[in-house]
Design a protein around this ligand. Structure first.
Ligand code: IMP
Length: 433
């Protein structure tokens, strides 16, 4: 019997590390790709033969014919976003409805969750988290409070209608009484949700059982993280985080298989750092080369179109991410964005307001707010690495920069991504080997 491998792919920074491309590439050797947390707040961009596809909810393996795309119980499910994405893919000739399966236990995101997300953000004013406004936080709140409506609840329309009314009435109370904004239309929300259910319930499947069957068959499976480690609700820069466990442990709880089933954790690290939304960012560059990185790296949010904040690589935060995720191998992305720089810096410590030096990110990472980065300077390579496919073909200074990252993070580099296309990748060790 052949033995398959379960590989987790996670972002090690604040998201937007380029996971979509890597997942798409690794899917060549997977029977299934699983989303285990987040929702349609994610934006995974794939470029194949120059054609760009942006996915928010459906796993990034969908463009590979026959690959199963599984949405685990840890994902908050917007049926409107699902319909939109399935239609977009069908229009492009991708039979996504045949490939996508969704856990019965996914909590639903309703229009009133979106209204609440936006009302809360407005009420926070200058302290706004900068959410994607997709209703993610309120949907997870309802899940944990045990009043959410789950995908499986829609199987019984009469009961679902009563559950939906009760939940939306509660949301409307908050919207009007607490935030002084308009209530959502209960009738329209209920009827729309029941219509979406009729269309999409055939996609419901026991994801845990599916994963158990794949394991028996010796199949490789990829677990696709969304957002990044520093946006994890427990380990990130709270409260400027998303509402799920973005770290690797979420792959177990969010899909229903235990930790001993995982073989490898691939940490995706962008060669510099970006962050979208509010919150601390010690290595942020407000002046050049920040705008240069933003421009060359096309650092605009795939979900909200917002400009991403840019800065140097932060090895202190990354070292914590290696531990939080148990990263076994690294994939460095967007190396080519640094091609024109004369000097490249890496943050190797934080100096606190009281002058104390830290080389570890403290627990409860929000504490890093008043820190100054201690930066190490490296010479740039001033030549193109775009599309380089062999390690030996990289300029020496680029090799040295990558080796320095490896040393600082104490984790080997397995992949280097040098462009948006699948083929623009240096593979030193394949995570499925
Ligand atoms: P939420 O997930 O919409 O609640 O947003 C919470 C925080 O996570 C905000 O700072 C968002 O900008 C950030 N965020 C959510 N999804 C992504 C993503 O896919 N990439 C990068 N940041 C994200």
């Amino acid at each position: 019997m052949s033995v398959g491998r379960n590989v987790i792919v996670v972002g090690a920074q604040w998201g937007d590390e380029g996971k979509g491309k890597v997942v798409d590439l690794l899917t060549e050797r997977s029977a299934a790709v699983v989303r285990f947390q987040g929702g349609h707040n994610a934006g995974h961009t794939l470029v194949i033969d120059g054609h760009k596809t942006v996915l928010h909810l459906i796993p990034s393996g969908v463009l590979h014919p026959g690959v199963q795309c599984l949405i685990g119980n840890g994902v908050v499910l917007s049926l409107a976003a699902l319909d939109e994405e399935l239609d977009m893919l069908a229009g492009a000739g991708v039979p996504a409805r045949d490939q996508v399966r969704i856990s019965p236990a996914c909590p639903l995101i309703l229009p009133s969750h979106i209204a609440l997300d936006q009302a809360r953000e407005r009420a926070r004013g200058g302290q706004a988290i900068g959410t994607t406004g997709r209703g993610i936080g309120p949907a997870y709140e309802d899940k944990v409070a045990r009043r959410g409506v789950r995908f499986v609840d829609l199987v019984d329309p009469a009961r679902a209608e009563a559950q939906l009314r009760e939940l939306i009435d509660y949301h409307n109370f908050l919207l009007t009484a607490q935030f002084g904004v308009a209530a959502v239309d209960v009738e329209a929300s209920v009827s729309q949700t029941l219509e979406q259910a009729a269309r999409n319930l055939p996609l419901m499947a026991d994801i845990t059982a599916t994963l158990a069957a794949l394991r028996r068959d010796g199949a490789n499976v990829l677990f696709e993280g969304a957002q990044g480690s520093l946006l994890d609700v427990d380990h990130g820069t709270y409260p400027y985080v998303t509402s799920s466990n973005t770290t690797a442990g979420g792959a177990a709880t969010g899909s229903g298989v235990g930790p001993t089933w995982f073989d490898h954790v691939l940490g995706i690290v962008k060669a510099y750092t970006t962050r979208v939304g509010g919150g601390p960012f010690p290595t942020e560059l407000h002046e050049e080369p920040g705008p240069h990185l933003a421009n060359r790296g096309r650092e605009v949010g795939a979900t909200t179109g917002r400009a991403r904040r840019c800065g140097w690589l932060d090895a202190v935060a990354l070292r914590r991410a290696m531990v939080n995720n148990g990263v076994s191998g690294l994939c460095i992305t967007k190396l080519d964005v640094l091609d024109e720089l004369e000097t490249i810096e890496i943050c190797v410590g934080y100096r606190t307001a009281s002058g104390k030096m830290l080389d570890e990110l403290p627990a409860g990472a929000a504490a890093l707010a008043p820190c100054e980065p201690v930066l190490e300077r490296h010479p740039g390579w001033r030549q193109s690495t775009l599309g380089v496919r062999r390690w030996e073909a990289l300029p020496e200074a680029a090799q040295a920069y990558l080796r320095r990252i490896e040393t600082l993070l104490e984790v080997p580099i397995e992949l280097v991504s040098t462009g948006a296309e699948r083929e623009d990748t240096i593979v030193l060790r394949h995570p499925f080997d």
